[in-house]
Each structure stands twice: as structure tokens, then as C-alpha cells.
Design a protein around this ligand. Structure first.
Ligand code: MSP
Length: 510
């Protein structure tokens, strides 16, 4: 089995913000989960470096676009490990190997008869790098996303014959209802297709910052076609991840992509242009596109250009990457828009990470130390708890298979809460005082330790650093998903650990 997940490649016109971190974190959760299943996993992220968004920003700063790209690509590259993201490769669209694949694939599209010369006239948003139909613009000819005034473009271009794929795309959506999720986004893409597809520019004449068109030196490729092809080109030159035997061809092993994660701002490019382009080039289509919502601050989509940015680096510095990962996937249902704020963040941190999971871990280990010097006895587990945990692993897997990352986390969290209730119900401190209840105490403690271990294995994709610490303290570092089932005898001895989620955040390292 292979699993290939991607994030959008981010524009290097400015520094990364929390919105970018969000998609990268989500993709990482999926990648880690599939690695736990023992699959061959490839997780790709990177930067989109051509086109007006970057050329204009560089111009404004008075520096060459490549210099701006180099500077900001480094910041995006550095963000991934700070988030705990385990991407297997970081692609930059200025990589010469990527550019060669773009030229090769798009020449094939032309040879297949889907490219012709024409003149484009219409509205254009240089921030979106998007040609906007009249029906898609706000009053005053403004971009509905960036609120800037659109430019009126007239340009001789080569066009991509998108209209030729009208029927095939409609059929694709009918035959593969899970091609785009959630359902609202599927409907949106399908109705866009059904409203009638118009051909789109494939090249730009006015711009020089792009991949040169091999058959006409005066043109560069339109940035979106260059950018979309990153998902395919990366496999032709990325080093093999450790799960794939060295020397194997990654494209034949991993293509088509399992999941493209995106936000709804770039739905049309991914859900319409991208499959049409692949059809035109005779390349297999990806399996799923999952469209998450926007992180909102004060009701507006967070974005660099709007200036309402919450700095992920600052958040991580204060709370740690695990807390950020948890908060974003817990508080904002994955697939829907959601507001984020420092106060909501602190509330989740304190009430759930510190008070629920942190306390469960310290109570469980604390009681094992106090009553049994850390030793976990062998024997049966409490059948009542076994019942409450049965089916958990399957249910988490099936949610993650559908990119329902918040629902999966919720299933897991219900068991964290169940375990805290179990502690209250069983009151091990009382059993410890009652003569003749030693065996009962042993059973409660080993059930707690074992269930905590299983839940922690499932939490690992969301909270990798804390989960690894906790599993190490339980003397059971195995992360494979098989270990997410309750089983007796997996833990022999526990050791004390420092608080996983200290409440005194000053002490946590700010
Ligand atoms: N370069 C294009 C994508 C090309 S993919 C072939 C681009 N770049 S971007 O820098 O603008 O990044 C957009 C993506 O960043 C969104 O689709 C989403 O994944 C993420 N997000 C940016 N802001 C976000 C929010 N406020 N909320 C949620 N996701 C956000 O578009």
C-alpha cells in the first residue's frame, strides 16, 4: 500500500502564516497515521515561486524575484520542522528538474492538440494570479478574496482547451463521488463545470518570471499550470523516503496522489483545471482532493495581504508545536471555516491538554509509582474498559481515510475522557487502603496504563512529541497501529515524567 499526500505549494511573496501552517499540520497528521499503518508514505510540501504574486512583491522591494524566492522559501522550509511536520521532500518550482517536467508535460498537452494561440481579454487578479469571469468579481471590479482592484488584461496567449474536457469532467464527478470532499465543495466544483467551461490561458506574454515555453521563447507558462505540476514532478527527482526501497521509481510507486489538501480559495484550479490538464497529458488522476475551510480572525480569512496574521512561530515558541497542532484540528472542524483566537487556544490548552490528557498521564503514572513502584502486573484487563475501546482503531482509521481529522480526534478524545472517569469510578486510592483488594488494584492500574498507551498511539499523529514522551515513560515506544488495540502484557514498568502540558506557560519556555 502507498499513501501520497500533498499541501498546496505556498507563494513566496511573503513569510508563512498560520493558514499555511494549518494545511501542513493536517497533511502531517495524515502522513504519520499512514506510516503507523506500515504503508509506503510520501508527504510533499513546498513553494510556488513564479508568476505575478512573486514578481510584483519582489519589484515592490526592489530586489530580483529569485532573491525574494530564496529568502522566503527558506522560511517556509524552516516552518515545517518547527510544526513537527515530517515532509519527505520540499519542492521549489524554481528547481530545474521541476521546470523540465513542466516543459515536457505541457509540450505533450500541445502535441495532443489541446493548445492554440488566441487573445485573452478580461479581468485579472495579480494576487490570485487568476483570470476572473465577470460573474466572479465584486462591485467596483474588485477581487472577492483580496479586495484589490482588478486589472483589465489584454494579451496574446497560448490557450489550454479546457472546454474540450467538459463531458469527461462531468463524468468524472458522477463516477467518483469522493473525488472532491466535503460535499459542498464537490457540488461547487461540479456546478462550475456544468455552467460551461471556457478555455484558459496556458502561457503569459507580458511576464518573464516563469518557466519558459519551449516552443515560443517570448512566453512563460501561466503560473498555475507550472504550480499544479509540482505534485507530479516532485516524484521524478525527490530522494526515496525510508519506507520505499532505494532505487525504486517513485512515480510508478506513488502516483497517483492519494490526497491533495487545499483550502477553498484554490478549489477551481485543483478540482477543474488539474484533472483536465492530467487528462490532456494522459496522466492518471489523483484519488482525492480534500478542501478544508479558512482559519478566520475577526471574521476575515487570515492572509498576508490583509495583515491580520497570527504568527505560528510565536505560538509555537510559547505553547509548543503539539499544542498548536491539537488546537487547530480540535477547535476548527476540519473541512469547515472556523475562528481562531488566543483565548480559545489557551482554553483548549488548559482544559483539555493540561487538565484531561496531562492529568490522566500524571495520575496514571503517579499511582503506578506510589502503589507499585512503577511495576505493571500481568493478567486480564477490565472487560468493561475493553468494551469501551473496541472498534476505536477501525473508527479512527475510517475517519482518517476520509480526511475527517477532527472527527477522528474526537473519537480518541472521548476515550481520554472515559479513562478519567474510570479513575474516578474505580478510585484506586481507596482500593489501595482496603486490605485484600490488591488484585483489584493491580487490574485497575494495568488496565489504565494499557488503555492510556493505546490512546497515546492513536494520538501520536496529532501530538507527536508528547505522545513519544508518554510512550517512553510507559516503556512501550512501539507506534504501529496494531498497538492501538488493548492487549495485556505490553507494559512492564512505567517511569515518572515531567508534566506534559505545564500550566505555567512561562516555565514552558517563553
Ligand atoms: N501558490 C498557490 C497554490 C498552488 S498549489 C499548486 C497558493 N499559495 S498560497 O500561499 O496563497 O497558499 C494558499 C493555501 O494556504 C490555501 O489553499 C491553504 O492551504 C493555506 N491557507 C492560507 N491561508 C489560510 C487560511 N486563512 N485558512 C486556511 N488555510 C489557509 O494559493
Amino acid at each position: 500500500m502507498s499513501f501520497y499526500v500533498t499541501t498546496p505549494i505556498y507563494y513566496v511573496n511573503a513569510a508563512p502564516h498560520l493558514g499555511h501552517a494549518y494545511t501542513t499540520i493536517a497533511a502531517d497528521v495524515m502522513a504519520r497515521h499512514h506510516r503507523q499503518r506500515g504503508e509506503e508514505v510520501f508527504f510533499l510540501t513546498g513553494t510556488d515561486e513564479h508568476g505575478e504574486p512573486v514578481a510584483d512583491a519582489a519589484h515592490a522591494l526592489g530586489i530580483p524575484p529569485q532573491e525574494l524566492a530564496d529568502r522566503n522559501a527558506e522560511r517556509f522550509k524552516a516552518l515545517a520542522p518547527q510544526l513537527g511536520a515530517t515532509n519527505d521532500f520540499f519542492i521549489r518550482t524554481t528547481d530545474p528538474q521541476h521546470e523540465a517536467v513542466v516543459q515536457d508535460v505541457l509540450s505533450r498537452v500541445r502535441e495532443n492538440g489541446f493548445v492554440y494561440e488566441g487573445t485573452y481579454e478580461g479581468w485579472y487578479c495579480p494576487r490570485c494570479a487568476d483570470f476572473k469571469a465577470d460573474s466572479e468579481i465584486d462591485a467596483g471590479n474588485r477581487c472577492p478574496i483580496h479586495h484589490i482592484e482588478l486589472t483589465r488584461e489584454q494579451e496574446d496567449n497560448y490557450f489550454f482547451r479546457l472546454s474540450a474536457f467538459q463531458e469527461r469532467l462531468e463524468r468524472l464527478y458522477v463516477e467518483r463521488e469522493d473525488f472532491v470532499a466535503p460535499r459542498t465543495r464537490y457540488n461547487e466544483a461540479l456546478s462550475f463545470i456544468r455552467s460551461g467551461l471556457r478555455d484558459v490561458p496556458l502561457t503569459r506574454h507580458k511576464l518573464t518570471w516563469g518557466v519558459p515555453v519551449p516552443w515560443d521563447a517570448e512566453h512563460v507558462f501561466y503560473v498555475w499550470f507550472d504550480a499544479l505540476l509540482n505534485y507530479y514532478s516532485a516524484l521524478s527527482y525527490a530522494p526515496a523516503p525510508s519506507s520505499v526501497p532505494a532505487g525504486e521509481d517513485l512515480t510508478s510507486r506513488l502516483w497517483p496522489a492519494s490526497y491533495h489538501l487545499i483550502a477553498k480559495d484554490i478549489l477551481r484550479f485543483h478540482a477543474v483545471y488539474w484533472p483536465a490538464l492530467l487528462m490532456a497529458a494522459e496522466i492518471e488522476l489523483p484519488e482525492h482532493i480534500f478542501v478544508h475551510g479558512y482559519l478566520l480572525m475577526e471574521g476575515e480569512k487570515m492572509s498576508k495581504s490583509l495583515g491580520n496574521v497570527l504568527d505560528p512561530f510565536a505560538v509555537i515558541e510559547r505553547f509548543g508545536a503539539d499544542a498548536l497542532r491539537f488546537y487547530l484540528l480540535r477547535d476548527v472542524p476540519f473541512g469547515q471555516d472556523g475562528s481562531v483566537s488566543t483565548s480559545a487556544f489557551e482554553l483548549r490548552y488548559e482544559s483539555e491538554l493540561a487538565n484531561e490528557l496531562g492529568n490522566l498521564a500524571s495520575r496514571t503514572i503517579g499511582m503506578l509509582m506510589r502503589y507499585r513502584e512503577g511495576a505493571v502486573s500481568g493478567g486480564e484487563l477490565d472487560p468493561m474498559l475493553e468494551k469501551d475501546f473496541s472498534g476505536l482503531r477501525e473508527s479512527v482509521c475510517s475517519h482518517i481515510d476520509r480526511a475527517e481529522l477532527t472527527l477522528a480526534l474526537d473519537e480518541i478524545w472521548q476515550r481520554v475522557r472515559r479513562l478519567n472517569r474510570y479513575v474516578e469510578e474505580q478510585a484506586p486510592w481507596r482500593l489501595a487502603k482496603e486490605p485484600g483488594r490488591g488484585e483489584d488494584l493491580d487490574r485497575v492500574l494495568r488496565t489504565l496504563a494499557e488503555a492510556l498507551r493505546a490512546v497515546t498511539v492513536l494520538l501520536w499523529p496529532y501530538l507527536p512529541t508528547s505522545a513519544e514522551k508518554l510512550l517512553a515513560a510507559l516503556g512501550a515506544p512501539d507506534l504501529s497501529l496494531e498497538g492501538a488495540e488493548l492487549g495485556a502484557g505490553r507494559i512492564a514498568r512505567a517511569e515518572t515524567i515531567d508534566s506534559l502540558f505545564p500550566k505555567d506557560l512561562q516555565a514552558a519556555g517563553s
